[in-house]
Write a protein that binds this ligand. Structure first.
Ligand code: NAD
Length: 474
């Protein structure tokens, strides 16, 4: 369904790949393409869903192998499309874990009940049929695998739309679907924009469930389209404005190291990143000194080069949006401690690189404290009491990932309980997580949870069967 022409790459160009040059041309899916993909998925569903979990698992496990053995190529495709440094590419390992796990773990079970006299009752968990998957650009292969693997393992057929900003790894993986042994129509990959193919998926009458990761704004649009069409089941992983709370008894060096990595990894394009840091006033000076030193040492440049750990923003739109936030930050009452002005240029090269940018003591109600920037911009504010910092941390419409640093274990638990957040790191920061606990957000950060143990639930409908059996007695 998708066609792709690779124009540039390390063999074809000497231009540093951080400049916003065109690197590929990718087909744009139309509404008709979505219909064609849904028809193929509907046709494939009866036989795919009637296979055993082991039979369905075979192609999933082959896909895991194929992805792992292609790690360098996949890393390069994300580097050239959205600027992700190859040095930070963990996505193939992550994807392989998901395809391998769901290749063996798709034993969905319902319940049985003898609690109604004269009946043997049971519930069944069955696939929906066709499910829609819409993914963002910041870690495309991660989202591809964490949604597609459980969906098809459960017996569904999928129509996935990649992000217009980073379609290349999804395209590459789509080329292996047949080779891995998936029957035609089980996994359908489209590339295209949100307002055409994304909307068509969200409002399609034959798609019964949708799994989406992306911005809160788009989540809202998909929710409305789902409600206005056939009331699809939705699961959303959305934006975050993560707070980090640093108490003065913490290991400040470690806290600075972790929180600096959290916000500047992937050039700030991480939903879980701690973009708001609150440091107790007695510890601010030391924390800021270490944090600034680490941020200043980031190696910026061409993301295909192994020594680079800070690549460009995904595209010109993101670059301009982040720079507007930097301008807004200068009016936030805060002090620019790093980055800012020089962020817009990189020596003589016109580039989409933005320097790590730190604001100190910005107004709590300013835009850089309230809105998702999705770039390498952090605010470090201060607090004096526990109650004050909890109130500040929770004063947001988001609730994805919060973290706190302290050596006082009772305080750690007390504060963790009070933070309005789907995930809380104690003496560790995002992206620290684990495979088998629920991943997801409170408030505007989402609805539903994903993980190896949870994700398949979204892709299964439940049916209760009341089986009248008077002959069984009592
Ligand atoms: P986005 O919402 O702009 O786009 C995400 C996807 O939705 C893309 O494929 C896009 O084409 C599609 N889309 C856009 N408009 C649509 C519409 N009206 N109908 C259907 N689909 C539509 O988000 P993005 O810019 O790709 O990603 C950045 C955002 O994603 C940030 O807000 C970030 O915090 C969030 N994010 C969240 C998580 C998480 O797990 N919670 C992970 C990564 C990113």
């Amino acid at each position: 369904m998708s066609s792709f022409q690779h124009l540039l790459g390390k063999h074809l160009t000497s231009t540093p790949l951080n400049t916003g040059e065109v690197v590929a041309k990718v087909a744009e899916a139309s509404v008709e393409d979505v219909d064609t993909a849904v028809s193929a998925a509907l046709a494939a569903f009866p036989s795919w869903s009637s296979l055993s979990p082991i039979q369905r698992g075979k192609p999933l496990k082959k896909m895991a192998e194929k992805i792992l053995s292609s790690t360098p190529e996949l890393a390069e495709l994300d580097a050239i499309s959205m600027g992700r440094p190859v040095s930070s590419f963990f996505d193939a390992d992550y994807a392989a874990v998901h395809f391998n796990y769901f290749g063996e773990a798709a034993y969905a079970q319902g319940h049985t009940s003898l609690n109604t006299p004269g009946f043997i009752n049971m519930s069944l968990r069955q696939p929906f049929g066709v499910v829609g998957i819409i993914i963002p650009w910041n870690a495309p292969l991660v989202f591809f695998s964490k949604k597609v693997a459980p969906a098809v393992a459960a017996g569904n057929c999928v129509v996935l739309k990649s992000s217009e900003k980073a379609p290349l790894t999804s395209w590459k993986v789509s080329q292996w679907i047949k080779e891995c042994g998936f029957p035609p129509g089980v996994i359908n990959v489209l590339s295209g924009h949100g307002h055409i193919s994304g909307s068509a998926i969200s409002s399609h009458m034959s798609i019964r469930a949708i799994s989406f990761t992306g911005s809160t704004r788009t989540g809202r649009a998909i929710q409305i389209a789902s409600a206005n069409s056939n009331l699809k089941k939705v699961v959303f992983e959305l934006g975050g404005k993560g707070p980090a709370l640093i108490f003065d008894d913490a290991d400040l060096e470690q806290a600075a190291k972790d929180t600096e990595n959290s916000i500047f990894w992937n050039s700030g394009q991480t939903c879980m990143a701690n973009s708001r840091i609150y440091v107790q006033d007695t510890a601010t000076e030391k924390f800021v000194e270490v944090f600034k030193k680490l941020a200043s040492a980031r190696k910026m440049g061409d993301p295909t080069k192994g020594e680079i750990n800070h690549g460009p923003q995904a595209d010109k739109v993101q670059f301009e949006a982040v720079n507007k936030y930097i301008d807004a930050g200068k009016e936030s009452g805060g002090k620019l401690a790093l980055g800012g002005e020089e962020a817009k240029t990189n020596g003589e090269t016109k580039s989409l690189l933005i320097h790590p940018t730190i604001f100190l003591n910005a107004d709590e109600s300013s835009r850089i404290m309230k809105e998702v920037i999705f770039g390498p911009v952090v605010v470090i504010n201060t607090f004096s009491t526990e109650a004050e910092v909890i109130a500040k941390a929770n004063h947001t419409e988001f609730g994805l990932y919060a973290c706190l640093y302290t050596k006082d274990l009772e305080r750690a638990l007390r504060v963790s309980k009070k933070l309005e957040s789907g995930m809380v790191g104690v003496n560790c920061a995002a992206p620290t997580g684990c495979w088998d606990l629920p991943f997801g957000g409170w408030k505007g950060s989402g609805t539903g949870r994903e993980s190896l143990l949870e994700s398949m639930d979204h892709f299964l409908e439940v049916r209760s069967i009341y089986f009248k059996c008077p002959g069984i007695g009592g």
